[in-house]
Design a protein around this ligand. Sequence first.
Ligand code: HEM
Length: 514
Amino acid sequence: MGGLWSTMVLIILLLLLLLPLLRRRWFKFHGDNRMKKKTMMTSCRVPEGSWGWPFIGETLDFIASSRTSTPVTFMHQRKSMYGKVFRTHLLGKPVIVSTDPEINKVVLQNHGNIFIPSYPKSITELFGESSILRMNGALHKRVHASIGRFLKSPELKAQITTDIETSVKLSLDNWKNCDLVYIQDQTNQLTFEILVKVLMSLGPGDEMELFKKDYKEFIKGLICLPIKLPGTQLYNSLKAKERLQKMIRRIIEERLITYKTNDTTSNLAASSTTTAAAITTTASSDAIDVLLCNVDDRSDDDKCQPLDFVAGNIIEMMVPGEDSVPMVMTLAVKYLSDNPLALKQLVQENMDLKRQKANSGNSYAWTDYMSLTFTQNVITETLRLANIINAIWRQATQDVEINGYLIPKGWGVLASLTSIHMDEQNYENPNNFDPWRWEKKGIVASSNTFSPFGGGQRLCPGLEFSRLEISIFLHHLVTTYRWVAEKDEIVYFPTVKMKQKLPIRVIQDGSLIW
Ligand code: HEM
């Protein structure tokens, strides 16, 4: 027995000694040779960097850094060694990481459709090929533009402003009976129902609760092992998606019957054939209407049935919006709790609007909320600092040269947003919450150095809608309550969250003397 142990210890020691050698040989063969071949064919070069360990590359370092309070360390360390663009090996493939605003801009603009979205296997399994988050080319352009037009339309903003106000006031009203309010949970509940309303006109009730339950099961599968056997998370999430799709299909079928009854068309039926022209004769009331206009435009090799195409996309469109808006609300409350001066100025600006509305007797228009300059600066600064979506993943479909760098075909590209938002060259004292910095810079929806909503071809279509929702929440919060936040901290992995869900003690105060 003792002999067996000594042999095993010896083998482990030998392996440990040999690992660095193996590592060099592995990448000599798999990485550097490939790079050399590519570099010889062009004057551009593959960026400098390290391949890390065999098979796992630098994945563990990347994850370990994401788990700290400074997730940008991984990028900063390599940036200082290799420059703003470097190569690495993450999640099983070679990746070019860009912390350079110019390179990110070219990748996101994606002229020539060279870069396609790239996700881990569990996500591609769950999304399906016809998802807006995966589709490319002409169909993507059209669907993206239609959804963007709908979400940005003044008609939707006017209609949804009242709905958001009602939900926010209802939610805030419940807080006065609570000892501790968990902001993360409250904002999550609030924004989920608003999003579902915008996407498919479903209101609160049993069906909403069922939808929420299945949706929560569905998203658990976005970060899990890609094993699809009964009992695994991926399997359960796919089953939840089937139930969600069934529920949405039923809503669509009812919608099509309404169209038919309203005689908007002669050949619209709850079958799989729909005509865009017929639906566009009625104004879109939600994203279902918008997507129904696009089903005829799918390519021939797209096997998905039209109703499944719409239902699937409604679910997938929830993914970028569902968690991000409540997290920005939560983090704004966190930063404001830690910065009394900023909170004071925010209260003043919002109290002025409240008084003005009370004196005139007019209701709020969506433009009232969007023209609160300091409030918008608070939101912008929260988006910069919190970086809910910290990077965008793409894959190069062909060799491409950008600013003297070669990105080989098949390699991943990680356009880091966080490292640009936290770069001293772009922002003075980048770790400070400083909404006043935007008074000098001016509010920007998206620029090379500020892109929490991405950019180019896939710039978030929910950008303005999100800002409106957050503004309404902040307005009613700071003009209704004072609060004291309990100690809490931000965690960045696997997604940005508050460790304790940000508990606060609220104090209702009509006079609001801060
Ligand atoms: C603060 C809140 C939000 C943030 C920070 C955010 C961020 C982003 C980012 C960075 C992208 C680009 C992803 C890429 O290039 O691959 C994106 C895309 C997208 N977002 Fe948002 N988002 C937010 C809210 C919303 C909301 C509320 C909705 C829905 C109403 C939404 C719907 C979408 C959709 C559908 C896409 C995909 C666009 C496409 O691929 O063509 N987002 N979002």
